[in-house]
Design a protein around this ligand. Structure first.
Ligand code: MG
Length: 170
């Protein structure tokens, strides 16, 4: 039997990851409207990754005989007045998700749930990469975003991102 606090947090995390997918889809939508389809591609693939994360937490609970309770997914409520608002919101959101993962890890550590700690190791690393990617995009935008030609090239670069399934399988 899994510790009830640990399983409850993981159950909530399914919802948080699905909300993340929703949020990134809204960001993709923003950039599609702007005519920056490369940025839109970047965030659409990000949304796909978040759905994968949700499924990993979902599968992990089921593999451990825990009942999953699917919760309502909130409407993305962030308002983006300019491109940089989106990039900043993405970084802030990833920092928030990192805090959630850390919180689950802390709870698993407290009850000596070593299996969950090992499962979460992948997500700890993944969050480091997510934050680094979000930071890098902000830096590029700061450097090149004000020049139309450079923005065009950055948009082209982001259009080349392709989806790949998570390296963690359960
Ligand atoms: Mg995620």
């Amino acid at each position: 039997m899994m510790n009830s606090k640990v399983s409850a947090l993981i159950n909530e995390q399914i919802n948080e990851e699905l909300y993340s997918a929703y949020l990134y889809l809204d960001m993709s939508n923003y950039f599609e409207q702007r005519g920056l389809s490369g940025f839109a591609n970047w965030y659409k693939i990000q949304a796909q990754e978040e759905r994968d994360h949700a499924m990993l937490f979902y599968q992990y609970l089921q593999n451990n005989g825990e009942k999953v309770e699917l919760l309502a997914i909130a409407k993305p409520d962030k308002v983006f007045a300019k491109d940089m608002d989106v990039l900043q919101a993405a970084l802030e959101h990833e920092e928030y998700v990192t805090s959630l993962i850390n919180n689950i890890y802390a709870q698993a550590y407290e009850v000596k749930d070593f299996r969950t700690m090992q499962f979460l190791d992948w997500f700890i690393k993944e969050q480091g990469e997510e934050e680094a990617n979000a930071h890098e995009l902000i830096t590029k935008m700061e450097l090149f975003g004000n020049d139309p030609k450079s923005l065009y090239m950055l948009n082209q670069e982001l259009s080349t991102r392709t989806y790949s399934a998570p390296s963690l399988t359960l």
